[in-house]
Design a protein around this ligand. Structure first.
Ligand code: ZN
Ligand code: ZN
Length: 407
């Protein structure tokens, strides 16, 4: 086994659905390829972080790659910023940022500035602003999102959000969450910057034009989820594997990038249920000789689950995920891992702590009696019940790369 394709289908796992006669979308879906993978592979149930822990996508992915989130996780902001293409340094304070619209009383009228489709002009105006020795790095996106990073000395991520998380309320003043010089200084400088930025962009040409057209101007940076860019050992150093991350949503690209994976842009993939997943297989095939490990992320299942759309989820698994897996299985001499980062029950419309199914498919794997890939069947497999942090060591061993403990 020389190569690995590591497939994470976001929030794929679910709970029984009454309308499906108490089957999950995965059990209800007709997935011959995923079933074949389970037949030939070794399966199990997995809690990506720990038993009883409701995993976020970011922490779960760190654990799946063998990075203990309790050591390395500092917030979602750093991964979002990295995923939008920023080159970050350990110590940078990163935020998730929306361009929003405020009125003259600083009340948020629209948290997404009318879903504006480009924030590059904001970055052009504000990037590299210096305030009190702190540099503000800003990167636009082809959406209402952008990345904001503070770089300098004496900074701390222990501050509150400026984003009130709802419309028709005033923007929040950033406050220190702890009684330290760094937290207070960071809050003070960020408040100064947000005010400066608002003054600077509210009458920008693009915004004046938008207002004339009856659209919401992008006149305020709504920041949330501050995190300090972590100093992560690279995936290559940790496992000796050259890795490529194939994902469409910024955060997953950011996690891959933070681990030192190459993250190509794949046309046709969207991070939404309309994504063309076959493009991901093509992307793997095109790069097959260049890398040892391919992380393939599929997002569509998670937004469908958050919408409670169990029928859409079943259909997406059947029509998009299963054919993708089938195509991957045609690539010879490759270990394939198929799993989810957490359970997102459609009934909850949010993540739960239920375990997820996992299958490892490889030529020399000790296969078991599992013949269907789903929550119920995989749990009967001989991989037993594992945690996310166990997965990479198992893969490394199956690749014949594990060093022996003892003599
Ligand atoms: Zn997720
Ligand atoms: Zn989710």
């Amino acid at each position: 086994m020389k190569k690995v394709i590591f497939v994470v289908v976001d929030g794929m796992s679910d709970r029984p659905i009454e309308e499906f006669k108490r089957k999950t979308p995965l059990e209800m879906a007709n997935t011959p390829n995923m079933d074949k993978l389970a037949q030939k592979g070794i399966s199990g149930a997995m809690n990506t972080i720990d038993i009883g822990v409701r995993a976020g996508s970011d922490t779960a992915h760190l654990a799946l790659f063998g990075y203990d989130p309790y050591t390395y996780y500092t917030g979602r902001g750093p991964f979002e910023a990295a995923g939008l293409g920023m080159n970050l340094e350990p110590g940078d304070i990163c935020f998730r940022t929306n361009m929003g619209t405020v009125n003259k009383d600083m009340v948020v009228i629209d948290r997404r500035a009318g879903r504006i489709n480009s924030t590059h002009f904001i970055a052009d105006i504000l990037n590299e602003t210096m305030i009190d020795g702190v540099k503000f790095l800003i990167k636009g996106d082809d959406s209402y999102r952008m990345a904001l990073v503070m770089r300098g000395k004496n900074l701390s991520p222990k501050i509150t959000d400026g984003d009130p998380h709802e419309d028709n309320v005033k923007v929040h003043t950033i406050e220190a969450k702890e009684d330290s010089f760094e937290a207070k200084f960071t809050a003070k400088v960020l408040n100064k910057f947000l005010e400066f930025a608002h003054e600077k962009i509210k009458d920008a040409e693009e915004n004046v034009k938008r207002e004339k057209e009856g659209k919401f101007p992008a006149n305020y940076l709504l920041v949330r989820g501050p995190g300090i860019y972590p100093n992560l050992p690279s995936f290559k150093d940790k496992y000796g594997l050259k890795a490529c991350g194939i994902a469409a949503s910024p955060m997953y690209k950011g996690i891959a990038k933070a681990l030192g994976m190459d993250v190509p842009r794949i046309a046709g993939t969207t991070g939404k249920p309309n994504s063309d997943l076959m493009k991901k297989v093509e992307a793997v095939k095109e790069r097959y000789d260049k890398y040892d490990f391919f992380f393939v992320h599929v997002k569509g299942t998670d937004p469908l689950s958050h919408d409670g759309d169990f029928e859409g989820k079943r259909k997406f698994l059947e029509e998009k995920v299963d054919p993708m897996v089938g195509e991957m299985m045609k690539i010879e001499n490759t270990l394939i891992v198929l799993t989810a980062d957490h359970t997102t029950p459609c009934e909850l419309k949010n993540h739960s702590a239920d375990d997820v199914p996992v299958t490892i498919y490889a030529k020399s794997v000790r296969d078991d009696d599992v013949v269907h890939f789903n929550e119920r069947e995989c749990a009967k497999g001989r991989l037993g019940h594992i945690k996310g942090m166990n997965l990479m060591p198992i893969i490394i061993d199956l690749m014949g790369l594990a060093s022996m403990y003892g003599a």
